[in-house]
Write a protein that binds this ligand. Sequence first.
Ligand SMILES: *Cc1c(COP(=O)(O)O)cnc(C)c1O
Length: 352
Amino acid sequence: MSSYFRPSVDAMSGYVPGEQPPPNVKVIKLNTNENPYLPSPKAVAVLQDFAPELLRRYPNPMAQTFCEAASAVLGIPSDWILAGNGSDDLLTMLMRACSEPGRAVVYPMPTYVLYRTLAEIQGAETIEVPYPEDFTLPVEALIEAQGAITFIACPNSPSGTAIPLELLDKLAANLSGVLVIDEAYVDFAETTALPLVKKYENVIVLRTLSKGYSLAGLRFGFGVANPVLLEGLIKVKDSYNVDAIACAVATAAIQDVEYKNASAQKVKVERDRVTTALSKLGFEVLPSQANFILATVPPQHNAEAIYQNLKQQGIFVRYFKQPGLDNKLRITIGTPDENSALLDEVSLFLRK
Ligand SMILES: *Cc1c(COP(=O)(O)O)cnc(C)c1O
């Protein structure tokens, strides 16, 4: 036997997460789109008061308490909600349930790289439809591809751009497969595609508590879809995919809408300030509805050099060495002080 692994596993390179320096190393971390503010104090209180007795027992396999709380907050029946160990877990369920060799996975590029990784694990073909320079959704080409699953991140990463609801509606209406609308950054956006879930059985909207709710370390996400669509995902999910602690903390967090909106508002104000400041320095910044921006570096400047210089100064941003992104930096919006430090360092570097 030449390899321990399936050919599709041998052939793939594996997902490379953004750098996570150890917690005791002090850096300004603007590279993985974490929220710069702490989670809701109500969620933290639930964590601190968590009863050890609940650790002894298995958790509810459907994270029922969370689904009921989210149902009340979102105005959607609780059996239309499926919880996961991060929204990445829902992506895995979708891939397991809907794709295999001969059932293609389709998404516009560049986008969240995990879609490709998961398709590769599954051994499914991928059809990558290029986004144009301005990141308008290539609807016709996506319809043409007729994927078993079509993934759209909205707002998209790494561009931060949002997609008008009419375009997503058109896509949903013209696809026979599943349309996944990944709303990881919706808490910083002006619109949601949630109404499409009621309108189309083949649409699932994914949400996460990692970004808007400052709980990336907890690992909690969920999907909203017609129970007909959720049924297949429930069959393939890990039986206890959400742990008891995550369920309890996430339940408190989702109910504290006011806190979530307040920290999102602070991020949005800073997003505007950073966009304006970088534009003045000669960067071209796409209009973002997320908690990060994608900035093209000024002509004659090298994005990788700026990235490296910032890193030496203890400021981490994301540089993607890939076609279409190699003259760009993705910068997470931090606290006002963190953003000011970034802007100072960038302008110092450009003047050198
Ligand atoms: C961060 C992110 C996710 C992952 O969210 P988790 O809930 O932390 O797994 C999913 N999709 C996109 C586009 C993201 O940026």
